[in-house]
Design a protein. Structure first.
Ligand code: CA
Ligand code: CA
Length: 188
């Protein structure tokens, strides 16, 4: 626990190491003024699930400002398992700082990487949509929809969120398989 206000000014950097268990959150028992950098280091066994929130900083008081390098929605790291760790300033009880696990390459956020994501990239190709505007098609963080974002989708093509109790209908499984085949041909 950090007593009093948390001030990270100038060159201050706070680094969280993400391993196979959730990080222990820093607790700020008053206000937090965030002028500094937030860095994420991944251990080789770093693990996070789709839709899971890892709480980093629990602020009891009010928050002012944001980290210099990381605004809402920025992807700070990607685990080996293909989960993007995306920053939110609205975790916990609404004003805490955390990372939300989203599927890498998943532009529309529906929990799978496929044709819809590719379509969004192509529809916005060359457009400036804002850094890490996922729904707009920027996965790479340069704010423009282009080659890197396309590669991001292709690299994780076919990945799915962890299975839900719902069993997919055989027809949708078949269509999914065809979609993968079509893209494999295009890439050759
Ligand atoms: Ca998707
Ligand atoms: Ca981009």
């Amino acid at each position: 626990m950090i007593g009093g206000s948390m001030l990270l000014r100038g060159l201050g950097t706070i680094t969280f190491l993400i391993g196979d268990v959730p990080p222990t959150p820093v607790t700020v028992d008053q206000d937090a003024d965030l002028i500094g950098r937030l860095e994420i280091e991944l251990a080789p066994d770093a693990d996070a699930g789709f839709g899971e929130t890892l709480l980093l900083i629990d602020i009891a008081g009010a928050r002012t400002n944001q980290f210099n390098n990381a605004h809402e929605g920025f992807t700070l790291a990607t685990t080996a398992g293909g989960i993007d760790l995306v920053l939110t300033y609205a975790a916990g009880d609404g004003n805490d700082i955390g990372l939300i696990g989203l599927l890498a390459g998943d532009v529309d956020g529906d929990g799978s990487v496929g044709v819809e994501d590719l379509d969004l990239i192509l529809a916005n190709w060359g457009s400036f949509v804002g850094a890490y505007n996922r729904a707009g098609g920027d996965l790479s963080g340069d704010g423009v929809v282009g080659e890197e974002d396309l590669q991001g989708v292709l690299e994780y093509w076919g990945s799915d969120a962890p299975p839900t109790p719902t069993i997919p209908e055989p027809t949708s499984l078949l269509l999914f398989g065809l979609g993968v085949l079509a893209v494999s041909r295009v890439r050759r």
